[in-house]
Every structure is written in C-alpha cells, then in structure tokens.
Write a protein that binds this ligand. Structure first.
Ligand SMILES: *Cc1c(COP(=O)(O)O)cnc(C)c1O
Length: 408
C-alpha cells in the first residue's frame, strides 16, 4: 500500500483519537525508519520512548522468534520461564523484592494505586486511601489514572472520576503538607465511608515529568519527600513508565536520585517495542496483592518477557553510561546550533526536553522537522527527544544536520 492509501484507510476505520503526522512508517533499521515509498527518517522518538533497541535489533528479534515458536501465550494459572527470569533480573538490578507484570503504563499505575490502597487498608483499616500526586503530572488514560494526573484538562467528559486524589505543586514540600491537611479536613467532614479518600496513604510522582515537558524534580525536594513518606508510612509510588529501563542513563531514574521507592512502575521501553508493563514492590509491599485481588490476562506474556530479557541483556552498566554520554552530547550539540526558535535543553540521559522560544509553536516546529526527515516529539510547550538507546553518534549527527537545515 502507498502512504496515502494507508492514511485513507486509517482515517475511515480507526477512531480519530490521535493527532497524527501525515507520515506512514513501514520498516526500520537502527535509529532509521522508512515510509512505504522508501523515504528515510532519523528517529529521535523510539515510538514514544518504547523502541529502546531501535528497529530490527538482531538479539531482540532472535529472542522473540524463538519464544514465539515455543510458546506464545499461556495464562497466569501456569508458570513460565521468561517471566520468572525477567522478574529476577529486574529485582536484582533494582533491589526491589518482587514484580507484577501488566501490559501498558496506565494499567501498571492503576495496579500500583490498588496496591497502595490495600497496603493501607490491611494495616490501618478504611478511611486512609487518598493519594497525593503532582501538578503537571501524567499517569495514564484509565478513569483512575486520568484522575491521578494532576492537570485539570484531563478531568473532563468522563465523570464521575475515582475519588481520593489530591494535587500538590511540584518541588514544594509545603504543598504536600497542605494537601495532607486538606485530606484530613475532608475526611473529618464527610466521615470514613462517604466515598472520599480520607487520610493520605501514598504519594505518586514522576521523577522527571515526561508529558508535562521533561521537567526533572529537584534532588532536595525528592529527599524531603522520601523522608516524609517514611515518617508517615505513606507509600512512595514512582511512575517510571517513561523514565525507566535505561532511558535516563541508569536502569531506573530513582537510582540516579538515590532513593528507594516502595513501588515503582515501568512500561514503555521494557520489552523494546512489544506491549509490556508492570510494577516492582519493596519488601514491605511484596505480599499486599494476593490471589483474587489483582490480575490481568495478558500479563507476563512469554514473548514479551523474552523481548524484555533481550533488552536487559543489552542494557549493561557500561551501556547505560554511554546513554548518559550520548544524551549529554546531543544536548550540547543542540545548544551549540543556537537556533533562533529553540532555547535551553533539559533532561537526563536520552530523555531530553528543549524549550521553544516565544513566537514559535512546538507542534509546527515538530511538523517541519518530520517533513524534513527527523522524527521528534512535543511535551508541554517544548520539543521532546527520546531517541533509541542504541542510537550511534553518526545517527545523532544525521539528526542534528536535519535540525540545523530545517530550523536555521
Ligand atoms: C506514557 C505514560 C503513561 C501511560 O502509559 P500507557 O502505556 O499509554 O498507558 C503513564 N505514565 C507516564 C509517566 C507515561 O509517560
């Protein structure tokens, strides 16, 4: 099919939920993607932070094809080796105790929220189920994770939303304390069983707000927050759906912040392009979710888990250091271009945000770059780059020259 035929068929038969760029992608290799007519695009997006190993990685492909030939699916009523091994590696590399495997980021966060509420219920009884999240966050598209998302624009159309979420300004520990007081006042006013959240049981954060504009939280604030959570026995829930799996130059961003979350979710890059997600729990939380309290049919799929193992094998500690260097190089080179439309860069590893100057729109800049053969993303009011973690210096340079040629 031609690009135009694919576009027409899509627009007729797929729900119009996405604002798509007028490009169809057919195949790829490394950090290069191609449309059906053979036009080349340098990929600074990895899907949206998913294709950690780029396109057509031979180890990944080999792992998937071998596993698909052996066993493509069996329910979680039985044991399988790929999931068991992936779970072990993730726990060993993070110091966490065990894992629940799911399929997408929103679903993983939803499970993490369930865990937090059950932890509190088991220990303290009803009336302590509010969760504080941060303004400008993004946690998913299910009814509950939309409500957990601290942006009013997402709290629309789909009423009634799940109760028991409060929002605090990021990087302000007093805002957390104020949200806690608000929760306490509400629960006193409404009583324990009126469907409000009651007192606080957990705080949910992204260490670098991704969709919000690639905004890293301050180290001081994170230290204070971790201490506060420990003092009050609030679970510290870290949403690493975007920052996890090597994206920031360590396996998880919490390792670069030197904190120990109680529960941490992951998704996007975990299986290098196949749908998989999950959340890791520490020792305190390892037995909160028990038979009958949580499940998902596709979770821990053996093909996805085999892909996840291939990703883990490639993401060695040396490889992760390279991710840090490549990210630093890319940021320095972008700033050195001194393009009139772009400002400062931010981020960690290969998760990079670029400010867009007044008078320019991030969406139209992205559209122009894509038209000229460089795939980029937007976030907040800026541009966002999430290149495959395997991107080479040559591929980075090829992307930079398209940037220079397009935006000078
Ligand atoms: C992408 C993302 C999600 C949602 O993941 P889905 O797989 O689309 O459900 C949740 N949280 C963060 C931080 C994300 O970046």
């Amino acid at each position: 099919m031609t690009s135009q035929e694919i576009k027409d068929l899509t627009d007729q038969y797929i729900m119009p939920t996405y604002g798509r760029f007028p490009v169809a992608i057919d195949h790829g290799e490394g950090a290069r993607a191609y449309d059906p007519e053979g036009r080349e695009y340098i990929d600074f997006t990895s899907g949206i932070g998913v294709n950690a190993l780029g396109y057509g990685n031979s180890k990944w492909l080999d792992a998937i094809t071998k596993q698909a030939a052996k066993l493509g699916h069996i329910s979680n009523l039985f044991y399988t080796e790929p999931a068991a091994r992936l779970a072990e590696i993730l726990c060993r590399r993070t110091g966490m105790s065990n894992v629940f495997f799911a399929n997408g980021g929103g679903e993983a966060n939803e499970g993490m929220i369930k865990l937090a509420r059950k932890y509190s219920f088991d220990k303290y009884g009803a009336g302590r189920s509010s969760i504080i999240s941060l303004k400008n966050s993004f946690h998913g598209r299910t009814i509950t994770t939309l409500k957990a998302t601290g942006q009013e624009v997402f709290h629309n159309y789909f009423f009634p939303f799940t109760e028991g979420f409060l929002y605090a300004e990021a990087n302000d520990i007093n805002a957390i304390l104020e949200a806690d007081e608000l929760a306490a006042r509400e629960s006193e006013y409404f009583g324990k069983d009126e469907g409000v959240g009651g007192a606080v049981c957990a705080v949910l954060i992204e260490l670098i707000q991704g969709e919000g504009g690639v905004l890293p939280l301050n180290q001081d604030y994170i230290n204070q927050l971790a201490k506060l959570c420990e003092d009050r026995d609030w679970l510290l829930l870290v949403d690493e759906v975007q920052t996890g799996v090597g994206r920031t130059g360590s396996l998880f961003a919490f390792q670069r912040y030197h904190i120990k979350p109680d529960v941490v979710s992951f998704a996007k890059g975990i299986a290098g392009g196949l749908p998989m997600s999950g959340f890791l729990a520490n020792e305190k939380c390892r037995n909160v979710l028990t038979p009958g309290t949580h499940a998902t049919t596709f979770g821990a799929n053996p093909v996805c888990a085999a892909a996840g193992l291939a990703v883990q094998e490639i993401l060695s500690d040396e490889f992760l250091l390279e991710v840090q260097w490549k990210g630093q190089y890319l940021r320095e080179q972008i700033e050195a271009l001194k393009l009139p439309c772009l400002g400062k860069t931010r981020g960690m590893g290969l998760m990079i945000g670029i400010d867009v100057q007044e008078g320019y729109g991030n969406k139209s800049l992205a559209a122009r770059l894509i038209e000229n053969g460089l795939l980029v993303l937007t976030a907040g009011n800026g541009l966002r780059l999430l290149p495959p973690l395997v991107i080479t210096k040559d591929e980075i340079d090829a992307g930079l020259s398209i940037m220079r040629a397009t935006l000078s």
